[in-house]
Ligand binder design. Structure first.
Ligand SMILES: Cc1cc2nc3c(=O)[nH]c(=O)nc-3n(C[C@H](O)[C@H](O)[C@H](O)COP(=O)(O)OP(=O)(O)OC[C@H]3O[C@@H](n4cnc5c(N)ncnc54)[C@H](O)[C@@H]3O)c2cc1C
Length: 414
């Protein structure tokens, strides 16, 4: 493991920092960046678009993309370095990460030349916002169980069904949708992947109100929606290949990201400022023991993160063990937030930012944590990945593996 930049990495870091300091304001110590996708509103989307266009003009947007698509052909470690430097500046959050991180790479790998021409540059510049229409009410972890259908009609496909948990559908211009096109084939085989214009007639987007007050994802209903065959990505019934490309990019993007939001510095400040009787809570042995427990787990995550960075720096791809970051990090952040709310006593039960420590940051983190433990692979799915692909334990029984999709037992649900 090597924690230091190579001379080339240090030079790249300086180049990135110099550009950022000439174009954005550096955050004061302890100050956090504004907003997040969960708070995305029109103004934030506009600000985020303007920052993205500025980066694109200077070729600092999507730097790992090949030069022909507007990137720099940068390495993954250079991307990490740029993101680390950008995090020091007060810039708007990137609300285009689904299009840029997951969907554009799928179009690059499986799209036609026309699709690449038409969509890649607007995604890079954030002129267009994209969403991912994969999950369905009965197809999440088991995405290949999807039931939204597409039936060929002349040069178009007619799509019917329902998607759910579609982040940003309400402000997206386009989406990538996976559909069932051959129910007589095995479940991974009869799937076709399309680009859909989110303003198409027959699309009904209904926001889902979340426990934390946000409405950042949606139910999306398709009723006889026409998608031109020219929008098909990959061959008919071969959409699983594209779906895997999208999901691999999603995993890589989430990677070691165990959560953000709640940090050790915030927790220590709270424990110092909270009075228990005539002394700070931090002086209580039980509080110190809990905080120490969180600390060593966070350190473990930090060093596991360095291991992934070291392999990127050596030109390798981090393996499935990279799932540890989210598998351990998301529940840990949830526990830390819950503990911080306990420390606040009765005030811990309110999320009013005007009366609560740290503008209710811990409450927000706690309310958002269940979503973090589901999105991009649930805790249990990550355990399965580690068990099967890292520890070599026997795989789960997959009883539907050799059946045609239409013959998979559903308990009567169709
Ligand atoms: C914040 C957020 C944003 C999201 N954004 C999007 C988006 O933009 N587009 C999109 O398409 N989807 C999105 N999703 C959906 C996400 O991909 C799914 O929630 C996820 O794949 C899990 O699917 P599910 O919710 O249907 O749960 P299910 O798959 O039904 O799982 C239910 C429970 O059963 C467990 N389980 C399932 N299978 C197994 C197994 N084989 N072994 C052991 N346990 C199992 C799960 O771990 C879970 O606890 C988002 C979700 C969240 C929380």
């Amino acid at each position: 493991m090597d924690f230091n930049d190579t001379p080339e990495e240090a030079a790249f870091r300086k180049e990135a920092y110099d550009w950022l300091s000439a174009n954005a304001e550096e955050l004061a110590p302890g100050k956090k960046r504004r907003g997040s996708l969960t708070e995305a509103d029109d103004a934030l989307v506009r600000e985020s678009k303007a920052w993205q266009a500025k980066k694109a003009d200077a070729r600092w947007a999507c730097i790992t993309w090949p030069e022909e698509f507007g990137g720099r052909g940068a390495s993954s470690i250079q991307n990490v370095i740029f993101n680390q430097e950008e995090a020091k500046f007060d810039v708007p959050p990137n609300v285009f990460s689904i299009g840029q991180g997951m969907l554009a790479p799928t179009i690059m790998a499986h799209g036609t030349d026309e699709q690449k021409q038409k969509y890649i540059e607007p995604i890079l510049r954030a002129d267009q916002v994209w969403c991912q229409l994969f999950s369905e009410p009965a197809a999440g972890s088991d995405l290949a169980g999807l039931r939204t259908t597409a039936v060929k009609d002349g040069d178009d496909w007619i799509v019917n069904g329902q998607k759910i948990w579609t982040t940003g559908a309400h402000f997206s211009d386009y989406g990538m949708v996976v559909t069932r096109t051959d129910p007589t084939a095995k479940k991974h085989a009869g799937i076709t992947y399309f680009i859909v214009d989110m303003k198409s007639p027959g699309i009904d987007i209904r926001p889902i109100h979340q426990i934390n007050g946000s409405k950042d994802f949606n139910e999306v209903f398709f009723s006889d929606v026409r998608i031109p065959d020219a929008n098909r990505v990959g061959a008919v019934n071969d959409g699983w290949r594209g779906a895997i490309t999208t999901l691999m990019n999603e995993r890589a993007a989430i990677g070691a990201g165990g959560g953000g939001g709640v940090g050790m510095a915030d927790l220590l400040r709270l424990a110092r400022e909270t009075q228990w009787g005539d002394r700070p809570a931090l002086e209580d042995a039980s509080v110190r023991a809990r905080i120490a427990d969180f600390y060593w787990k966070l350190k473990g995550l930090e060093y596991t993160g360095y291991r992934a960075l070291t392999s990127l720096s050596r030109g390798q791809t981090p393996g499935p063990e990279n799932s540890i970051g989210k598998m351990v990090g998301a529940p840990l952040r949830q526990e830390m937030a819950a503990f911080a709310m306990e420390l606040q006593g009765a005030a811990g039960a309110t999320a009013d930012p005007d009366v609560t420590f740290g503008r209710a940051g811990f409450q927000g983190a706690w309310l958002g944590a269940p979503g973090l433990r589901l999105a991009g692979g649930t805790d249990e799915i990550l355990h399965n990945i580690l068990a099967e692909r890292v520890l070599g334990l026997p795989g789960e029984p997959r009883i539907d593996k050799d059946l045609a999709f239409q013959d998979v037992p559903t308990g009567g649900v169709r």
